[in-house]
Design a protein around this ligand. Structure first.
Ligand code: SAM
Length: 286
């Protein structure tokens, strides 16, 4: 696994769909389907360059408890983002998220181009379903796992608005590690995995705590049991210290192709500057 590749910055999507307009001074200004959003970004170093910030439709500010509040200048009726597989519903959350992490868009594009018919894939920490739906569009049978019931509901709604609700997707509300251990005990196997583990998280109803440095090794061990030959790997991570080489080390020992792509994920601002947004390792073997 040697290839280090910088992901292309949303090449196939028209600018009006998603655009990082500007960033700097710890904030980013993004356009999602014509709605201009101004929110904090710890990696947005340097100075903002445009005057467009004053025209933001929504602004999010953090408070002390990691949550925060939005101020909106307009109604958000049926706010949706066109994607390579269909559409994603957008919605403001108390964490300052909008239901889509735009740095995943090139991965979704990649997934939709792969011949995945007949493959059984597991998507862990699957959030609002972008990767599940892209893989399902490409023909895969997908098991979508996330511990947040409302996010799984959003994902299944995204399947409906993308006209992918007839695809073989199992929607599971469960702690990722518990689910993988159970699948291992039952002898269920998969052909590949998509995983985007957060730094911190919770099991269902906050019952268990996920800490990436404590639980990831056990999760990866479990995945090795249930994926005898890993034909598809899409591992993305935003946690501090999870560099491409460290991430490749994490997943060593999976039987798959000799070569993987890996590197940083970026969003490219209108003036060409690149805002780093985590790292990835991925491969596909026909
Ligand atoms: C960063 S988001 C993943 C984003 C997703 N890959 C995407 O771009 O669409 C992290 C997700 O992990 C989920 N999560 C956190 N802890 C979890 C756990 N222990 N088991 C399963 N899911 C968990 C959260 O509910 C959240 O949806």
């Amino acid at each position: 696994m040697t290839n280090s590749t910088q992901l292309p910055c949303l090449p196939e999507l028209p600018e009006s769909v998603y655009q990082l307009v500007d960033y700097g001074n710890g904030r980013k200004l993004e356009e999602f389907s014509g709605i201009l959003v101004d929110r904090p970004s710890p990696v947005a170093v340097g100075t903002a360059v445009t005057e467009l910030w004053q025209r933001a439709d929504g602004r999010f500010d953090l408070q002390e408890n990691h949550c925060g509040s939005w101020v909106w200048e307009r109604e958000l009726d049926d706010w949706q983002l066109p994607t390579p597989f269909g559409k994603m519903g957008l919605f403001p959350t108390s964490f300052g998220h909008v239901g889509v992490f735009a740095e995943q868009l090139p991965h979704w594009e990649w997934l939709t181009t792969l011949p995945l018919t007949g493959l059984k894939l597991l998507n862990l920490f699957a959030y609002t379903g972008g990767s599940s739906l892209a893989a399902a569009k490409a023909g895969a049978t997908v098991t979508h796992v996330d511990s947040a019931k409302n996010m799984v509901r959003r994902a299944s709604h995204n399947a409906q608005i993308s006209q992918l609700d007839d695809r073989p997707i199992r929607w599971i509300v469960e702690d990722a590690l518990k689910f993988v251990k159970r699948e291992s005990r039952r002898g269920n196997q998969y052909d590949g995995v998509i995983l985007d583990p957060p730094t911190y998280g919770h099991g269902v109803s906050g019952k268990s705590i996920w800490k990436i440095e404590d639980q990831l090794p056990e999760l990866i061990d479990g995945l090795r049991q249930i994926i005898p030959v890993c034909r598809l790997m899409l591992y993305t991570c935003h946690s501090k210290g999870f560099t491409p080489s460290f991430m490749k080390q994490n997943i060593k020992g999976f039987r798959g192709p000799g070569k993987a792509q890996s590197g940083p994920m970026f969003l490219q601002a209108q003036d060409g500057r690149e805002l780093a947004n985590g790292n990835f390792v991925r491969w596909f073997q026909t």
